[in-house]
Design a protein around this ligand. Structure first.
Ligand code: NAD
Length: 263
């Protein structure tokens, strides 16, 4: 009998920023492999549509309102998942926003960085991710089991022509959080990994990629594969990191970038 290493039947997954883009792709991938998926997002209308897509396809999906800027709300939502389903197996710390232009543009140069924008990006991309990791670890530790998956970015690995100081610094920070938590949580059989996407066609930055073909073409030109990715192309890696297929992988941040960081 063959074993499906990627089977997630009966596993419970919580995904922040799951109403759109990469978060939705992960929710769909897990649900397709039998998981119960809890989609959390600040955009209530998009969340309703996203959950509807999954339930109409016959999957077990729930939506919960969540603003990751509020750590108490994160903890409450995760505690509610455990109260409803008895456990949390997989937590994707994914909600994130863009953070302003690169320094190739005047408004992205160091003296012009807007610190109000900086604070908001850090609250969502860094503190929001950390608070989600914290809440997940708190319920996973006693069970000595779990997977925490952090959406990082190649902008946190290398400097480049697409992202500015604010976004890149927030993503570099969460890469280190993956390393720290992986080491602390290894004795509890909790694997902590991240992935670092290159350009994916999502609704990030207010959906500007859908309106600006020239921006998409420029991003594609920065990647050896010469195209931006569809969110569904994350599914394989997300399943790897969430499933028994990665039983000896922890503390890594895997680029999924069409070769961009190899250049
Ligand atoms: N698209 C890319 O090219 C790319 C590249 C590298 C990394 N990423 C990262 O991927 C993650 C997902 O982004 P995406 O590209 O799918 O964008 P997206 O805008 O399509 O999805 C992000 C989701 O997060 C939600 N969100 C935003 N702020 C939130 C908050 N405060 N609380 C809860 N939810 C909130 C949004 O409502 C949205 O549904 C982000 O962390 C982003 O930085 C994206």
């Amino acid at each position: 009998m063959s074993v499906n290493l990627f089977d997630l039947s009966g596993r419970v997954a919580f995904i922040t920023g799951a109403a759109s883009g990469l978060g939705f792709a992960m929710a769909e991938a897990f649900a397709e492999q039998g998981a119960i998926v809890v989609l959390a997002d600040v955009d209530a209308e998009a969340l309703r549509r996203a959950v509807g897509r999954l339930t109409q396809a016959g999957h077990r999906a729930e939506g919960v309102d969540l603003d990751v800027r509020d750590p108490r709300q994160i903890r409450m939502r995760i505690d509610e998942v455990v109260a409803r389903h008895g456990k949390l197996d997989i937590c994707c710390c994914n909600a994130g926003i863009s953070g302003g232009p690169p320094f190739s543009r005047p408004e992205g140069q160091i003296e012009n960085i807007d610190l109000a924008t900086w604070d908001n990006v850090v609250r969502i991309n860094q503190t929001g991710v950390f608070a989600t990791m914290q809440a997940a670890a708190a319920v996973m530790k006693p069970r000595k089991s779990g997977r925490i998956i952090v959406t990082c970015s190649i902008s946190g690995l290398v400097t480049g022509s697409i992202s500015g100081y604010t976004y890149s610094a927030s993503k570099a920070a969460v890469i280190h959080l993956v390393h720290l938590a992986a080491v602390e949580l290894a004795p509890y059989n909790i694997m902590v990994n991240g992935f670092a996407p290159g350009p994916f066609l999502t609704n990030i930055a207010g959906g500007r990629l859908h309106r600006e073909p020239e921006t998409v073409a420029f991003m594609a030109s920065t990647v050896p594969l010469k195209r931006v990715a569809d969110p569904s192309e994350l599914k394989g890696l997300a399943l790897l990191l969430a499933s028994d297929a990665s039983s000896y992988i922890t503390g890594t941040v895997i680029p999924i970038d069409g070769g961009a960081t190899a250049m």
